[in-house]
Design a protein around this ligand. Sequence first.
Ligand code: GLC
Length: 737
Amino acid sequence: MIMKKYAIATLILLSACTPRLGKTSVDKLVDAMTVEEKVRTVVGTFTDIATPPPVAPGVKNRADYPGSGENTVVSRNQVPGAAGDGYAVPRLGIPAVVYADGPAGVRIDPRRDGDEATYFCTAFPSGTLLASSWDPEAVEQVGEAIGDEAHRYGVDILLAPGMNLQRNPLTGRNFEYYSEDPLVAGITAASYIKGVQSQGVGTSVKHFAANNQELYRNGINEIISERALRELYFRGFELAVKEAQPWTVMSSYNKINGVYASEDRWLLTDILRNEWGFDGFVMSDWFGADDPVEQMKAGNDLLMPGTPYQIEELLEAVKSGALPMDVLDTNVKRILQIVAKTPRAQGIVYKNDPDLEAHAAVSRRIAAEGMVLLHNDGVLPLKTGGKVALFGNFGYDTQPGGSGSGYVNRAYKVTLDKGLEDAGFQLVAPLAEAYRNHISAEKALLPEEYFWVVPTASEKKVSIDEVRAAARETDLAVVTIGRMSGEGGDLSAAEGDYFLSAEEKQLLKDVRSNFKKVVVVLNTGAPLELTGVAELSDAILLAWLPGQEAGHAITDILSGAVNPSGKLPVSLASHYSDIPSSRNFGVSEGELNVVRYEEDLMVGYRYFTTAGVRPLYPFGFGLSYTTFEYSGFRFDGKDFVLTVKNTGPVPGREVVQIYVEKPALSEGRPVRELCAYGKTDVIDPGSSQEIRIQALRPSIDPLAQWTTEGWKRASGIYRFHAAASSEDLRVSINLTL
Ligand code: GLC
């Protein structure tokens, strides 16, 4: 009996002095860990590899590493379909946390073997649509809903938001990103991060930094001036990190000025931590980069999803001293500090019970709020109940989101034909039937859709007779033009991709010549070249990739149930060749896998307003069903203040942009830059709202400019414009700083 008591006493004593995550400091935890436990903590626990990233010429392919073949599976995800798991040390109370994608919603498997339950998630609108709302509160609500689903499904850290600058319209992942402007990108990302993290789960703001193309993404060497890095490619991340404190940052695959981002100490430690105060941990992108020891030393704390090769390399490096123990300890501590905050470490039991119906309503509302009305000669809004001749595959196979890690396994999607019918419109039946039969016949021959590949049918050919037959039933045509976007590949400046195809142009001509009213709906993840479309239509609605409630949200706008208030977060050029980076996209002339950002600061409206080249639809542009007048613009020492009056027929919201012209401290600076923005409440016809727009943010100084001595503010006269777009300056004031 005494022995038993003795044994129990010893056990209690032992457990009392064995450090436990959350109970004792991470310093003590790390002291109690073996070298193997430390090394395994900085490497994910592998998962089956479904999507090897495309490698650049001359870069080692993952399969080349010893011991980590195409499908290294050690631990099945605790949450099937999640992107990766951390390493558990149960004796120290350290759980294996779960990492899952993505920006438009949680991506996990919707079904599990031997389990009749389903695990669908809500497909929210893609990133560019969120940014097009210019509405931080709305974006935060989306973040809250996604964070809630992550929490309820047992995901500890969501691998989002993606926020790389949209340097060029051909980038394959533009749909996941926000804007050509770092302030819009930063504020949108910060709002998203706050929303997700308010639910008790973490985020991973990505991909830091300058992941601006898919071609050779995990090896391309980007040559970028420090000024362009600081003012464009880092700026949005700086704002998001300082204002929203993401739990983690995901480093990007690419090299910047010859150094892999995930091996770059200047980037991940000197700037991210020592300058910006980031206090979470950095993870690599999946199978990103090359040298695990260099990644550790740079401050890339976690290697995801992890491979056996990396563990061997690091154990070897600790033995040889190539990896100093204090570096390894630092990275382990950073990871443990965040792991301690996760629901799993808090012992929270998740119930797999999100309110998908409520979240679908959020998805529909923000989708309508982020769509951009580019052209309307009065044909919109449509009177419900009318008959619509609906043309274009994407009217019947509307795309909610892009493919790749940012895909969402949703329960359903509402296509535009369904959305129109649900709102009381009739469709021209023979036309609808022809499209539906064409699409289902072709899809029957295509592989099943899954996250990496979303097959779409070839665009149905429409004869002039079919157009004429439909025109005998109604005078209203809706023509949908669609493009899928996805991770792993860029668009090409070719017909049927960035340019309209010959068939699309012909269809527009045939429809124009047979219908009195023609509405074009763009269901696309990236800007297209739209020159000539306005001349062949009475309205153009840019619906982007609007999430699973796509058909309902598009119809909400077409029917006037929602008055459009979205504005472009990216310029739509008249011609691809007008875009400076078009001369250096993918690889630069004569280079193998080097791309030179020769355009420097001249990205998007920064170029168009400075060079006096008119884009087709400018950055910040978007129509409403009403009109607004600006007056009384002033700066009150803290905020910009302005009165916005609704001078039109219906209630609406207005996005007010403030651009600043700064005295230049160096050559090649843009004539004006966005320095603040705000969105009014709903203003009734004839009423006004005095809007106050925060002038200076706690995180970045939009009046500063990067010089060889760092951030500087020029002294002199600054000219501020309150504007409805980058080309539509309404009222201006001068301030001497
Ligand atoms: C992918 C993407 C990244 C994603 C990760 C996990 O390759 O680049 O955005 O979060 O791997 O799927």
